[in-house]
Design a protein around this ligand. Structure first.
Ligand SMILES: Cc1cc2nc3c(=O)[nH]c(=O)nc-3n(C[C@H](O)[C@H](O)[C@H](O)COP(=O)(O)OP(=O)(O)OC[C@H]3O[C@@H](n4cnc5c(N)ncnc54)[C@H](O)[C@@H]3O)c2cc1C
Length: 318
């Protein structure tokens, strides 16, 4: 028996969040006393077997059907359902990204089984007990699941990916899966690269600005500090609502969840919708004129002062 990890990748490059899925699956597998196995979908995923092994997979199942080369939710969900039918795993786990949740939802529908999205913690018993995030991370729900094959996604940053085990190897098995023609209903016809280099979601340092920055031009002091620290600039929704920064820079419930080593939140009050996107940061430094601001109260460190005095001083001293 096994916990089967559905690996998310883009043309053979594994998503970092899949490493968190392996870690999460490993926890479930040790509770059940079973092993971790991986499911790779698409011919271009073949090169990922060693990476799966380094993160705990003992066997890697590969579905290389040609129609699965580009992502389509019904086709990939159908492949997961077909693999589940062949392998009968104790549970199926994927990352709680948009794609991971979509694929598992399609698979669960095809298998006629329940699907629990965005889990933080799972305890296995006769009925499985899990804590999962709801409402964009502002609510944690305790749930019980009775299912012959639990299908779960792990909330982003709920666990930290373990270091890879050097030299680990896995057995690779090719799964012969035939999908109905109708499963190719969604096809990728074009790709646009939105972000290159370090992204908001993966940056080690994020310098975030809120309404307190006052204007689009005001972000120059944040850009200068971010450049010195090798980080990127993020912002609150007040900023995107004002048109000072694009939505791709927004941190929070309706923006990006970040997990940098350091988040410097400048002129941001720390509303719950912003906090849920920032709370996975390892350390938070708040820069705010208001000592009672929620962000200041929750931060690891705070500087009470005008960000236009504080940030240039940090940049000069760095
Ligand atoms: C459904 C829903 C979804 C939402 N999703 C998001 C989301 O994804 N992300 C998000 O951010 N928000 C989101 N919001 C909005 C959220 O509720 C807050 O309104 C928003 O986060 C406030 O932004 P802010 O902290 O920049 O502004 P404010 O709350 O106005 O805070 C400004 C802060 O700047 C400080 N300040 C002012 N001048 C200076 C200065 N010169 N130097 C230092 N400090 C200064 C003030 O003391 C204050 O603390 C959402 C709201 C809803 C209803």
């Amino acid at each position: 028996m096994s916990v089967l990890v559905v690996v998310e990748h883009d043309r053979g490059r594994m998503a970092d969040s899949s490493l968190e899925a392996f870690e999460f699956a490993g926890g479930i597998a040790s509770q059940l006393g079973v092993r971790v196995e991986a499911l790779l979908i698409g011919a271009d995923a073949a090169g990922l077997a060693d990476q799966c092994a380094a993160h705990g997979a003992v066997t890697v199942h590969h579905v290389a059907t040609e129609s699965l080369t580009d992502y389509g939710p019904d086709a990939h969900g159908g492949a997961v359902a077909a693999a589940a039918g062949l392998l009968s795993p104790s549970a199926i786990v994927a990352t709680g990204s948009d794609r991971g949740n979509e694929v598992l939802a399609y698979a669960a529908a095809e298998l006629d089984l329940p699907f629990v999205a965005n889990c933080l913690e799972v305890k296995t018993a006769d009925d499985w007990e899990m804590t999962r995030t709801q409402w964009g991370g502002s609510l944690n729900e305790e749930a019980r699941l009775a299912s012959s094959m639990p299908i779960l996604s792990v909330a982003p940053h709920a666990v930290e990916a373990a270091r890879p085990v050097a030299g680990a190897t896995a057995t690779v098995q090719v799964l012969d899966v035939t999908l109905p023609e109708s499963s190719a209903a969604t096809l990728i016809r074009d790709r646009i690269v939105m972000t290159e280099g370090v992204t908001l979601a993966t940056a080690p340092v994020v310098v975030g600005g809120g309404r307190g920055v006052g204007s689009a031009e005001g972000f120059a002091v944040l850009e200068a500090l971010a450049a010195k620290l090798g980080g990127v600039v993020g912002c609150s929704r007040a900023v995107t609502n004002n048109g000072w920064r694009p939505h791709s820079d927004q941190v929070g419930q309706t923006g990006t969840r970040i997990a940098p080593q350091l988040y410097i939140a400048c002129g941001i009050s720390g509303a719950i919708q912003h906090w849920v996107g920032a709370k996975a940061a390892k350390k938070i430094l708040a820069v705010n004129t208001d000592p009672a601001a929620n962000m200041v109260v929750k931060a690891d460190y705070a500087i009470i002062g005008d960000l236009f005095d504080v940030l240039p001083a940090i940049t000069d001293a760095t």
